[in-house]
Design a binder for this molecule. Structure first.
Ligand code: 48H
Length: 259
């Protein structure tokens, strides 16, 4: 077969552009493709919700591939083991109630199944701001991750959705931007981002489920960002809460969208 460089270039540009144009008007957009964002995307797509994830980095998975201190294992506890099973991620019982898995297998399986469930994931595109209309977040302002890295002044574009989700981890970047620029009152006790507490694995994992909810009309929070916003403790290198939080956020949104 003869290969034509221009056909290869056009194939990339045209298919990518089609995907991006198809993600301008969504049911749900998620910022961050860490374990919480990927899991949320998977269950949303399974529930028939048109979902796209924007990930600023080149690679997906957030803090998951790094395991704990770069030892590429994750620990997951009951009842999140069920999600490992649903995702067909191989795991072993280490001690009653504690399971370990390869952080690389977990990241790859989550990514693969989420894409196969129908979610579009754009890596290298970050969420730099939100659109707010009539007291509701109704879109994200997106830009290339490389633009931020290089400190270039390049104007972003907007995408619209029915519901957005901040799954950006410790920094809770999207909600921070909403608080800063929107001058709005969040659904926390103080109306502001509380900030995460020091490490306490059990309390952190418990709190994350309570904290997974709508933080402002049109905007949910999941994963570590939920504890950062509502003031839950960090939990260290245990990932059950991230998976369960992603699943819970998806279920809440499906209920709100589909009744
Ligand atoms: C698009 C963005 C933006 C942006 C950031 O950090 P993550 O892995 O987050 P979670 O909540 O899925 O998982 C948290 C977990 O990894 C962790 O850190 C734990 C358990 N810590 C406990 C402890 O005690 O330390 O993933 C967030 C993703 C990353 O891939 C970022 O690159 C991405 O979001 N991201 N994407 N637009 N503005 N900001």
């Amino acid at each position: 077969m003869r290969l034509d460089e221009i056909t290869i270039s056009k194939a990339i540009i045209e298919t990518f552009s089609k995907d991006l144009v198809g993600s301008l008007d969504l049911e749900v957009a998620i910022a961050g493709a860490g374990p919480a964002g990927l899991t949320a995307g998977f269950y949303l797509a399974q529930g028939g919700v048109k979902t796209t994830i924007f990930e600023r980095n080149l690679r997906v998975g957030g803090g998951m591939p790094g395991g704990g201190i770069m030892f590429n294992k994750i620990v997951v506890q009951e009842p999140a083991r069920e999600i490992l099973e649903e995702m067909k991620i191989k795991h072993q019982e280490y001690q009653k109630g504690y399971y370990t898995a390869s952080s690389l297998e977990a990241t790859s399986a989550l990514t693969y199944r989420t894409i196969r469930a129908g979610v579009k994931i754009f890596n290298l595109i970050g969420v730099e701001d939100v659109m707010v209309k009539e007291g509701r977040v109704n879109g994200f302002v997106i830009n290339w991750g490389a633009v931020k890295l290089a400190g270039l002044h390049v104007d972003p574009i907007g995408i619209r959705f029915k519901m957005g989700m901040d799954a950006t981890g410790h920094q809770c970047e999207v909600i921070r931007k909403l608080e800063e620029k929107g001058r709005v009152r969040l659904a926390t006790s103080s109306g502001k981002i509380v900030g995460e507490g020091p490490m306490w694995a059990e309390k952190g994992e418990e709190a994350i489920l309570d904290n997974t909810r709508e933080v402002f009309p049109g905007l949910y929070v999941a994963g570590m960002a939920a504890n950062a916003v509502f003031g839950g403790p960090r939990m260290g290198p245990i990932f059950g809460g991230m998976l369960l939080s992603g699943k819970k956020a998806a279920q809440l949104i499906i209920k709100e969208l589909k009744g």
